[in-house]
Ligand binder design. Structure first.
Ligand SMILES: Nc1nc2c(ncn2[C@@H]2O[C@H](COP(=O)(O)OP(=O)(O)OP(=O)(O)O)[C@@H](O)[C@H]2O)c(=O)[nH]1
Length: 196
């Protein structure tokens, strides 16, 4: 039987570079940015979860489970991941950010293959050059080490990765897959590109 995969979309940041406007909800070519991400994921996973620390009612309009970080205070993406790991009952959790609207449609499948083939604990996506630290596939048992890491006051994802066997899957074949929208300027550029 194929393993069950849930996805969590991280939309829990402060979005300072977007002027504080909730990035998942900003308009990108007629729909909220998170909708582009949702569109990429629907055929890939069993269930989508949305992790947001404000505007929950707006995020709920798409019918998915919405939850905030268990620890308020904007502790960073690991705070969203650890909360999601406690919620999922799937075999794997796919983590993606709300600000990457062009994600690969074969993301989950390829990360799973890499993780299984390399007998890793987690698989991280790369654009062929750089790892994408918040685009990854996790085994649920990692919740214990992630919680311990956060409890120790640590926040940096890379340091947590270093404690585990990590498979890296390159998506160099899809050059725009991880276009990351942090500023209004980046959003306008992508909007023009998509509209072409
Ligand atoms: N749950 C959760 N997610 C976060 C937190 N901080 C960042 N993220 C998410 O992690 C991903 C990458 O975040 P960044 O772009 O580095 O941070 P940001 O707060 O969204 O934006 P800036 O304030 O402009 O850096 C995005 O999907 C964010 O929503 C947090 O404290 N909690």
């Amino acid at each position: 039987m194929a393993p069950q995969i849930d996805a969590v979309i991280l939309a829990g940041g402060m979005a300072r570079r977007m002027g504080g406007n909730d990035k998942g909800l900003v308009d990108l070519n007629g729909q909220a940015m998170i909708c582009h991400t949702i569109d990429k994921l629907t055929t890939q996973v069993n269930q989508i979860l949305i992790n947001a620390n404000r505007n929950q009612a707006q995020y709920e309009q798409w019918g998915y489970t919405v939850f905030s970080d268990q620890d308020s205070g904007y502790l960073g993406p690991l705070a969203g991941m650890v909360t999601a790991l406690k919620k999922t009952q799937a075999d794997y959790l796919l983590v993606v950010p709300c600000d990457c609207p062009m994600l690969p449609t074969d993301l989950a499948a390829r990360l799973l293959t890499a993780l299984e083939q390399q007998q890793a604990d987690l698989a991280v996506a790369s654009d062929g050059e750089y790892e994408q630290p918040v685009v990854l596939l996790l085994k649920p048992h990692l919740v214990t080490s992630m919680q311990a890491f956060l409890d120790a006051g640590e926040r940096k994802i890379d340091l947590w990765y270093n404690q585990h066997k990590v498979a890296v899957e390159s998506f160099a074949d899809q050059p725009n897959a991880f276009v990351n929208i942090n500023t209004p300027e980046q959003k306008h550029q992508l909007a023009k590109q998509i509209a072409k």
